[in-house]
Design a protein around this ligand. Structure first.
Ligand code: 5GP
Ligand code: ZN
Length: 114
């Protein structure tokens, strides 16, 4: 997607602090962290939002969660705990229209979800 910020991060047009990358997924630091650890995990395939996904995206969606858990293990926050969040659509607070999962941790998080 030519005008998509995260597609530009995938192709390197826009720089990012990469944490993990394989053929399907990329993990990089959020530019405006809301917690000591705040990483975004995105599929390399452009999907605008979670609510657009269906059975065809089963592997991508499960891979997104498993990648988050693997990254959490790799950076040492899996045991202390972490939160994953996906904002979908306007009411969900989604600002970047490329499916992404927020991985947050590195300290006790606020219990509120909104
Ligand atoms: P959303 O609200 O769409 O779920 O989250 C978008 C996230 O992308 C926000 O947490 C925001 O800080 C992050 N973000 C926006 N622009 C950039 C950027 O250019 N680079 C990086 N690394 N993160 C970004
Ligand atoms: Zn995109």
């Amino acid at each position: 997607m030519p005008d998509c910020l995260f597609c530009k991060i995938i192709d390197g047009t826009i720089p990012s602090e990469k944490i993990f990358e394989n053929e399907e997924f990329l993990a990089f630091k959020d530019i405006n962290p809301q917690s000591p650890v705040h990483i975004l995990i995105i599929p390399k395939k452009h999907l605008a939002k979670l609510s657009d996904c269906g059975n065809d995206e089963k592997e991508i969606l499960s891979g997104l969660l498993l990648t988050a858990n693997n990254v959490a293990k790799e950076i040492g926050i899996a045991e202390s705990g972490y939160r994953v969040a996906i904002n979908s659509g306007d009411d969900g607070g989604q600002l970047v229209h490329h499916l992404h999962l927020h991985l947050m941790g590195g300290g006790k998080l606020d219990g509120r979800m909104a």
